[in-house]
Ligand binder design. Structure first.
Ligand code: GDP
Ligand code: CA
Length: 310
């Protein structure tokens, strides 16, 4: 079975890692959000792509989920001493990635090509693709401060402003990166990893042609909301601020017509009937991925479930 998986950063990377343990190289393509990308200290940063690549490479920091294992912080300690900008901290090893990517982008290389080369260097076997090679910037509309660039909202202001909407700047001009449409068209099913629906999966679906391509396939989403809460990050807060009670049901409604199947946690079994009434087949399981075994277990549950839908 061939799967195209859509993913943001930390939550998406965990399931993608599990899927990569089960599916052979040719049977899995991971399509990653680039709406979080930004320029910082002159560097091109692609946080979600790096999180997915580092995770599959076994190089991710197991505590934070982002950044690298065995990291040191000499460069940023030095920048701090010089009075520079340090609200977004980058470790020494991680900086090597950003320096090389920035150098290659300035030279004219595409983000997808650079990602492919980095994955090769890190011995990542499965294909990881940015959703697009063109710049798309997620903008967060807030009640207090109007529109904020994503990382300004997410990292600098620690998601404190009240969200009133989102815009994906540049997405009208963005084309899917080479291989993205083919991966979806050739897949037996599309899996939406348990990533933030508003700012991780929606930007991918907004790129020209990707929502219709998904619509033509069996789609299974995994809920990032468990027991009304996000395990990490602002997904639940965003739902609340947009006047939607955060729940697995809210996530299913978010994707609604796109979904054929929905995987969510056993603690949310009271939503089961309402989701089934939307003509969506459901799988209730333990959806928390605490360790490598948990990633593999959830991935296997998802694959077995997809098989029952085909
Ligand atoms: P980001 O780009 O780093 O913010 O990460 P994502 O958008 O990919 O994922 C964020 C979401 O992952 C959050 O809403 C979390 O609730 C969810 N998440 C993190 N770990 C898990 C897990 O083990 N299981 C499930 N179901 N969701 C998770
Ligand atoms: Ca992200």
């Amino acid at each position: 079975m061939k799967i195209a998986a859509l993913a943001g950063g930390v939550g998406g990377a965990k399931l993608a890692h599990g899927l990569a343990q089960i599916l052979p190289q040719k049977k899995l393509t991971i399509i990653v959000n680039t709406g979080d990308d930004f320029e910082y200290l002159g560097l091109s940063i692609s946080p979600d792509l790096d999180t997915v690549c580092y995770t599959l490479a076994g190089l991710a920091n197991p505590v934070t989920g982002w950044g690298r294992i065995d990291e040191t912080w000499n460069t940023f300690d030095n920048i701090a001493k010089l009075g520079g900008q340090t609200w977004f901290r980058l470790g020494d090893r991680d900086l090597g990635t950003h320096l090389e990517r920035t150098f290659r982008r300035k030279r004219g290389d595409k983000l997808s090509t650079i990602t492919q080369d980095f994955c090769h260097a890190w011995s990542v076997k499965h294909r990881i693709l940015p959703m697009t090679d063109e710049p798309v910037y997620t903008m967060v509309n807030t009640l207090e401060q109007g529109e904020l660039p994503f990382q300004e909202y997410f990292v600098h202001q620690r998601c404190k402003p009240t969200v009133s909407g989102f815009r994906f700047d540049g997405v009208e001009k963005a084309r899917p990166a080479p291989g993205v449409l083919e991966a979806i068209n050739n897949a037996d099913a599309v899996v939406f990893c348990p990533s933030n629906p508003w700012v991780s999966i929606d930007p991918i679906l907004t790129v020209a042609g990707l929502r219709p391509a998904c619509e033509a396939k069996p789609v299974v989403a995994v809920s990032p909301i468990i027991g009304g809460q996000a395990l990490k990050g602002p997904a639940a807060k965003m739902y609340r601020e947009l006047s939607i009670q955060p729940s697995a049901l809210a996530v299913a409604r978010h994707y609604a017509d796109l979904l054929d199947g929905f995987v969510f946690d056993k603690v949310d079994s009271d939503s089961n009937l309402s989701i089934q009434e939307m003509n969506i087949t459901t799988l209730l399981t333990n959806s928390i991925m605490e360790d490598m075994a948990g990633r593999r277990r959830l991935a296997k549950d998802v694959i077995d479930f997809v098989n029952t839908l085909l």
